[in-house]
Write a protein that binds this ligand. Structure first.
Ligand code: URA
Length: 438
């Protein structure tokens, strides 16, 4: 079908068959479609939507537009598993979960991204570890996935190239917020990693990518359905992002937090709870535990034994980082020169946080990018962030700002005060895991 005829069909509300979608996606990858046609197609899909069969076909075509990783030749003793999150603030789940699942017998080839908007990026966090390379050669990546069970690296040029072009066009044509386009974009990349099963963490709340709980739920449901129909069993968890997941946000600060959880120094908290729940779903999906209770017991044992921490250390060393990161984190991880405590101006309950604003304050401190390609400052961020529902007295600390200068710290303090609402009556902490969608 001529591209303009396929675009016309979609523009007028018709459904495209899998062959037509495949041709369009091939044209996006190989340049057969011009930018105007890609933009028009994206707008037609944005306005008319896609039915389930079309969304599956689009996802499969994006997945197959480049290399699809194949682990068969490696004779792996366990399943190939991964997790993807819609992104948040203080969300360092991947750093803990990858090695933890590896310690339980999974193989996790995790292709991660950089910070986007107010959300942090796993690659930026890992790059705060001196020497860590997020772009190893293919042989190193495969060897780590086989021997250590986990490698967290960046996107390679060959995976899902159609998404790269389509996303760039969507970004400048007001067509990002389209459910079928988001689903095909997220899943096209993930399913190209040759997974046996996937777990999605879809965030809900003031720091989430989707604007409402209903929209997050629809995304989670659609992702679980489409991925499963495309041949990769997928479970989606709806989890809270109405406050930072960890009590900190910022690259090196989050690596320190990951080490605290993996080493058993931090034994509770929202980060641990969400990571444990996601990891349990991965073990279940991969057949590494017969039921949820057994999965949780296995996870707890491998964390307590130090096996998860050991996998993290081996991954870091295998990708060029220091061999003694766990023992000597202070020596290796950068620290900011200015610390500024933010104290409550009045007594009351922490009722609401503008989590997006907290994420943006980390960006403004230098911990994220204002423009693509900007260098980031790994040392800065927020730590010891108080939790929703907590009662504070006047003068009690709400957070510690880690900044490069006094000026930056002052600006961040102002942002923080505006982002955190303290008052009466008492507010319940939000439910952390809202739903599990299978
Ligand atoms: N993340 C992606 O990778 N793609 C989208 O379309 C939205 C979020």
């Amino acid at each position: 079908m001529l591209p303009q005829e396929a675009i016309r069909t979609k523009r007028d509300g018709g459904a495209l068959d899998a062959a037509a979608i495949r041709e369009l996606v091939a044209g996006i990858s190989d340049g057969g479609l011009g930018d105007a046609q890609v933009g028009a197609l994206a707008m037609a899909i944005y306005l008319q939507g896609m039915d389930a069969a079309e969304t599956v076909a689009l996802t499969e075509a994006v997945r197959d537009s480049g290399e699809v990783l194949d682990w068969a030749g490696l004779d792996l003793p366990g399943p190939v598993l991964d997790k993807h999150s819609t992104g948040g603030v203080g969300d360092l789940v991947s750093l803990v979960l990858g090695p933890w699942v590896a310690a339980c017998g999974g193989h996790v080839p995790m292709i991660s991204g950089r910070g986007l908007g107010h959300t942090g990026g796993t690659l930026d966090k890992l790059e705060s570890i001196p020497g860590y390379s997020v772009s190893p050669d293919t042989a190193t990546f495969r060897r780590l996935v086989r021997d250590v069970g986990v490698a967290i690296i960046g996107q390679t040029g060959e995976l899902a190239p159609a998404d790269k072009r389509l996303y760039a066009v969507r970004d400048i044509t007001a067509t990002v917020e389209s459910l079928p386009l988001i689903v095909a974009s997220i899943l096209g990349k993930k399913l190209a990693c040759g997974l046996d099963a996937l777990v999605m963490d879809v965030k809900v709340g003031s720091g989430a990518f989707m604007p409402t709980e209903d929209a997050s739920r629809e995304l989670a449901t659609t992702i679980a359905e489409v991925a499963s129909q495309a041949g990769t069993p997928t479970t989606a968890l709806l989890t809270d992002m109405s406050q930072p997941l960890a009590p900190c946000a910022g690259n090196a600060l989050e690596v320190r937090e990951a080490l605290a959880v993996l080493s058993g120094e931090r034994r509770d908290g929202r980060l641990l709870e969400v990571t444990r729940a996601l990891a349990a779903e991965m073990l279940l999906a991969g057949g590494l535990a017969p039921d949820r209770e057994a999965a949780l017991a296995k996870l707890d044992a491998r964390l307590a034994s130090g096996a998860a921490a050991e996998r993290f250390a081996r991954m870091v060393a295998g990708l060029g980082g220091p061999a003694d990161l766990l023992e000597a984190a202070d020596r290796h991880l950068p620290a900011a020169p200015v610390l500024r405590e933010v104290r409550a101006e009045r007594a009351g309950y922490l009722r609401r946080m503008d989590t997006r604003a907290l994420g943006l304050s980390v960006v403004e401190l230098g911990g994220g990018r204002r423009a693509p390609g900007d260098a980031i400052d790994p040392a800065v961020g927020l730590a010891d962030i108080a939790a929703l529902g907590e009662r504070v007295s006047a003068g009690q600390p709400l957070a510690m700002i880690h900044a490069r200068s006094e000026h930056d710290a002052q600006r961040a303090e102002h942002r923080l005060r505006e982002a955190i609402e303290i008052g009466e009556p008492p507010a319940e902490p939000p439910t952390l895991i809202r739903d599990v969608i299978r």
